[in-house]
Ligand binder design. Structure first.
Ligand SMILES: [Fe+2]
Length: 401
């Protein structure tokens, strides 16, 4: 895994990687001479010359994810451990900045691929680091943004959302920091192969001919080929890109690989990809509400998805995922603010509208805490569709009152 390390964290024997982007050459404190750091004297010289960082290949410690996965899945089916989280209000603005930076990066990534230029792998690692940081501090902020951030184009929004949702699920599973970064990078790049499919096919609104559909089905392999040629993308990221449309039952594409022949990273990307596609507005279909999308995905267990993995995905996102608009038993409406994996019907919500859909001063309510003190009168009746009411929910989440 390629990581940017501070000079004090560098050690002799580490390999400084070849940079693929001239952008980094303009960073005066970044050491970019590829090759091994030969000795403490070499490090001392780098320090004296004023270098503060370098991108190096870092070994991932411990057993590979595939070997640990069964134990992880079994463990996560138990009650989720209560993790210390940075409060939502504190993290949402940081997460929003990480999203905006990812949006700029996604434009660059896709445009470079379209133009046949080398894509900026190190920059993608840096961008995804911001997403991983937020997922560790408070994953609900990313889930909210994945549903509420406004995008000028689905293509760009989708690659960021898939990256963020995959990282949130990976964090829920307890993947290591390096694994989360590789997962996020694979999510960001998963559809790059679409840039090699003729635009008239990608943008076609009418039904695709079978030849056109066959061409679309090649995009995961195209993505693998484009990134493989670069020479700086790790193999597990390449395989996740190639296999993100493979299915549990071996009836996916491009190669009909069964679950046993796909990596955990690929399967996590696949879950995030389908969830985001279902819950996003497209030119040819309206978004499906998050809870309905999860029900549809549960119905795809044993076919598209490993049954245990899709159940855990639902457990991670909650029955009412963060960012959902819900109608309450009082008739008022609220936005789900923070999910509660152990009591999924009782997330924290922000009540924002009265029964006539008039905005009210927002009130933060923890349904689980209410129930714990015997107040069971307030509960969620159903999910509501914000587009039906022409409500933009994001401002309610990015301000504290
Ligand atoms: Fe795809």
């Amino acid at each position: 895994m390629i990581k940017k390390l501070a000079i004090d964290d560098l050690r002799p024997g580490m390999e400084v990687v070849q940079m693929s982007s001239s952008l980094w050459e303009h960073l005066p404190n970044l050491y970019t001479q590829p090759g091994p750091i030969k000795s403490e004297a070499h490090l001392k010289l780098m320090r004296e010359q004023g270098y503060q960082h370098a991108f190096v290949e870092v070994e991932v410690p411990g057993e590979p994810l595939e070997k640990r996965l069964d134990a992880i899945l079994a463990d996560r089916m138990k009650d989720a451990p209560i993790k210390e989280r940075v409060p939502f209000d504190k993290e949402i603005e940081v997460a929003d900045r990480a999203y905006k930076s990812a949006m700029n990066h996604a434009h660059r990534l896709i445009n470079d691929a379209k133009m046949g230029r080398k894509v900026d792998f190190e920059g993608t690692v840096e961008t995804v680091d911001g997403i991983v940081n937020s997922a560790v501090r408070n994953p609900d902020t990313l889930l909210c943004l994945s549903k509420l951030a406004q995008y000028d184009d689905y293509t760009y929004g989708h690659c960021i959302n898939v990256s963020a949702i995959a990282v949130v699920f990976g964090e829920f599973l307890g993947l290591s920091r390096d694994e989360l970064t590789r997962l996020g990078v694979a999510g960001m790049m998963h559809d790059l192969g679409k840039t090699a499919v003729p635009e008239r096919i990608i943008n076609k609104r009418a039904r695709l001919s079978s030849a056109e559909f066959e061409e679309i089905k090649r995009h995961p392999q195209y993505g693998y080929d484009i990134l493989k040629r670069q020479g700086d993308v790790p193999e597990d990221v390449l395989e996740a890109v190639r296999d993100h449309h493979e299915k549990f039952n071996g009836k996916g594409y491009p190669a009909n690989r069964h679950r046993s022949d796909t990596s955990a990273l690929a399967r996590i990307i696949s879950l995030a990809d389908v969830y985001d596609a279902l819950t996003s507005d497209r030119s040819y279909k309206d978004a499906i509400l998050p809870n309905k999308a999860l029900a549809i995905m549960y119905g795809m267990r044993d076919q598209a998805f490993d049954p245990l993995e899709v159940q855990l995905f639902i457990k991670c996102l909650g029955i009412f995922p963060s960012g959902s608009l819900v109608k309450l038993s009082t008739g008022f409406y609220g936005v789900v603010y923070e999910s509660n994996p152990n009591l999924p019907l009782m997330p924290k919500i922000k009540i924002i509208l009265d029964q006539d859909l008039r905005p009210i001063p927002s009130e933060l309510v923890d349904l689980a805490a209410r129930q714990a003190v015997g107040d069971e009168n307030l509960e969620i009746l159903e999910c509501a569709d914000p587009t039906d009411y022409r409500i933009n929910l994001k401002p309610y989440l990015t301000r504290t009152r």
